[in-house]
Ligand binder design. Structure first.
Ligand SMILES: [Zn+2]
Ligand SMILES: [Zn+2]
Length: 232
């Protein structure tokens, strides 16, 4: 009788008790961006500069982006599997990465620098029903738990369905998102907004404005990955 392995590595299909085998986990670690990131939007920077040109020219309403990985293979594959194929093992692997990074990031910080509320970039309810799940909500739950909070899905809503951001230029992206979100009262709250990937920062910028208007005193963006070019 043939023996079937209980588990295969998500990436290389070798037998492993883990979701991602040790070799592939090592490959993932090579995507860690390290020290040289814009202090505000986490854009990878070549030089020793503290901020990128865009954050200097048009400062965003968020305070910082915590996005440790470069959006590249194999992470882009895992994110795609979770998002478009609803692969639960991929979603679990990403949740573990999110939890670990959030725990590591805030571990050394005092309570007053930690978020008090965690929200996910919401899908429009119609899209959420057709997709069946919202990957950013799963990531938000994992990240929040890592610092003993609970993600709150009721604080932020997408009130208008928008067309996908891909293929739009910067101006069109901002116009596309304008008025798409509303938030409940957040007076004095430090809010973490969770997304899977930060590319142009348009979504993070728009929602941060909404959160600030609702009273948030600070906005942190939690993402897994950052694209190297802000102008994709
Ligand atoms: Zn592997
Ligand atoms: Zn920046």
């Amino acid at each position: 009788m043939p023996l079937f392995s209980a588990n295969l590595c998500l990436l290389c299909r070798q037998s492993t008790p883990l979701i991602v085998c040790a070799g592939c986990a090592e490959q993932l670690e090579t995507l860690l961006i390290g020290q040289h990131q814009c202090r505000q939007c986490a854009l990878p920077l070549n030089a020793e500069a503290e901020y990128c040109g865009e954050c200097l020219a048009t400062p965003p309403a968020f305070d910082r982006v915590i996005a440790p990985y470069l959006y590249a293979h194999p992470l882009d594959y895992v994110i795609g599997r979770a998002k478009h194929h609803h692969c639960l093992r991929s979603a679990r692997a990403l949740s573990q990465l999110m939890a670990r990074n959030i725990e590591l990031y805030y571990r050394a910080l005092p309570q007053r620098e930690r978020p008090t509320q965690v929200v996910a970039v919401p899908l429009h309810w119609r899209r959420q029903i057709s997709r069946g799940f919202n990957q950013t909500q799963i990531l938000a739950r994992a990240g929040a738990q890592a610092i003993d909070l609970q993600a709150n899905t009721r604080l932020l809503k997408r009130v208008r369905d928008t067309q996908p951001q891909q293929g739009l230029n910067r101006q069109q992206r901002l116009a596309n998102l304008h008025g798409a979100f509303t938030a409940c009262e957040l007076k004095g709250q430090r809010v973490a907004l969770v997304d899977d990937v930060v590319t142009t920062t348009s979504t993070a910028r728009e929602i941060s404005k909404v959160l600030r208007r609702a009273g948030a005193s600070e906005v942190h963006i939690w993402a897994l990955a950052r694209t190297p070019d802000a102008h994709l």
